[in-house]
Ligand binder design. Structure first.
Ligand SMILES: C[S@@+](CC[C@H](N)C(=O)[O-])C[C@H]1O[C@@H](n2cnc3c(N)ncnc32)[C@H](O)[C@@H]1O
Length: 359
């Protein structure tokens, strides 16, 4: 079975999220293509994707046809790809939808193609139209093969937003988005039933998304107020969403993380004090150096408290061309780089994040 994924603002990171999700579950998979924000993966027919598990995918669906254009015409003659007589649709992919238009006409369907609309803003500043339509058709050619499929799931932000906005304790300035929380959890390889550690848990943004995924969690933060907030939020979540997975929160320094043989670690590190203006080159260099000195003893401790093969999905600060030396961190802590840093940036932020996985 081949599945297409339309990825959101950071396609490289979103792709890693899907691949690591499959790897963690020992699901065999082959990447058929990855172009711009389009990913096609082949898996066993039994694999069932639920788009809400992911933070970085906007639409997904099964590829129903693959072949050349002649075969496609035949396929469209025989197959009703949209089971309605009157509908709006939009297409993803690099192929001209003319043939689809003709076929809908032949079948006397009132099919209205939609373009433009809102926009997906990629972090490299490129933009893509995000039309609002009832059906989304994937129509793409890669290495001479034409692929066609219809989207069966699209990412529903309403529930995620609701639980983010309604939780009792909020901390705007340090908040991690549910999108990034899900991505960090997935690239950490955490699975339902595992015990996941967030050593900088704050008010529990990542812990919350992990609990929803039936993962048990342990959060640590040295800020008392933050841990009180995390307790409140997780208590609220557990009752609102009838969650069975367990949580524990500790108000300690991460350098004292308990040895609970964690199966996965997902965390957003403090990126230093909030900057009101763009740091100079010298300041940027200093921030990165300070971070390196600060994170080494914490990671060395976490290495001892996790299962040997457990992965650490973590954010490192990045300022323009100043990046944390991940290789140095790995050497000093005895960890290895499992996934190389992928930059996650926003135009309006002075400090970006490198997202990587250590093991
Ligand atoms: C970027 S925030 C994490 C935000 C979190 N993802 C949330 O949803 O609230 C980083 C957190 O790390 C905590 N912190 C910083 N240094 C620490 C240390 N050595 N041990 C434990 N917590 C630490 C801070 O108190 C802060 O709450």
């Amino acid at each position: 079975m081949k599945t297409f994924f339309i990825l959101g603002r950071n396609p490289e990171l979103s792709r890693a999220e899907i691949i690591e999700f499959l790897r963690a579950r020992n699901q065999e998979h082959t990447e058929i293509l990855f172009e711009e924000n389009i990913l096609v993966i082949e898996t066993n027919d039994k694999v069932k994707f639920n788009i809400q598990e992911f933070g970085g995918t906007m639409w997904l669906g099964k590829i129903n046809f693959e072949g050349n254009n002649e075969n496609l015409a035949e396929y469209l003659n025989k197959t009703e790809i949209i089971p309605a007589d009157k509908f709006s649709y939009a297409t993803f992919g690099n192929q001209d939808p003319e043939i689809l238009k003709d076929k809908f006409k032949e079948r006397k369907k009132k099919a209205m193609i939609k373009h433009g609309g809102k926009q997906i803003k990629f972090q490299n500043q490129e933009k893509q139209g995000l039309p609002s339509a009832e059906f989304y058709i994937f129509y793409h050619k890669h290495k001479g093969v034409v692929y066609l499929g219809t989207s069966t799931q699209n990412y529903d932000n309403t529930e995620v937003k609701k639980r983010d906005m309604k939780k009792p304790a909020r901390r705007e300035s340090l908040a991690i988005s549910p999108r990034l929380s899900k991505i960090l959890i997935n690239i950490s390889g955490a699975k339902p039933g595992n015990l996941l550690l967030d050593p900088f848990c704050g008010i529990g943004g990542i812990l919350q998304e992990a609990l929803i995924k039936n993962i048990n969690v342990h959060g640590i933060d040295k800020d008392k107020q933050a841990t009180i907030g995390a307790e409140q939020n997780l208590k609220w979540l557990t009752s609102e969403y009838k969650i069975n997975s367990k949580y524990t929160i500790q108000n300690i320094d991460s350098r004292k993380a308990p040895d609970l043989q964690f199966a996965a670690i997902a965390t957003e590190t403090p990126l230093g004090k909030i900057l009101r203006q763009k740091p100079s080159e010298k300041e940027a260099k200093q921030i990165i150096q300070n971070f390196e000195a600060y994170i080494i003893p914490i990671l060395a401790r976490i290495k001892k408290s996790k299962k040997p093969d457990a992965k650490i999905a973590i954010t490192f600060p990045a300022i323009r061309e100043h990046h944390v030396n991940a290789q140095k961190i790995a050497e000093k802590t005895g960890l290895k780089i499992y996934m190389k840093p992928i930059l996650e940036s926003r135009k309006d932020q002075f400090i970006s994040r490198d997202i990587l996985v250590l093991q």
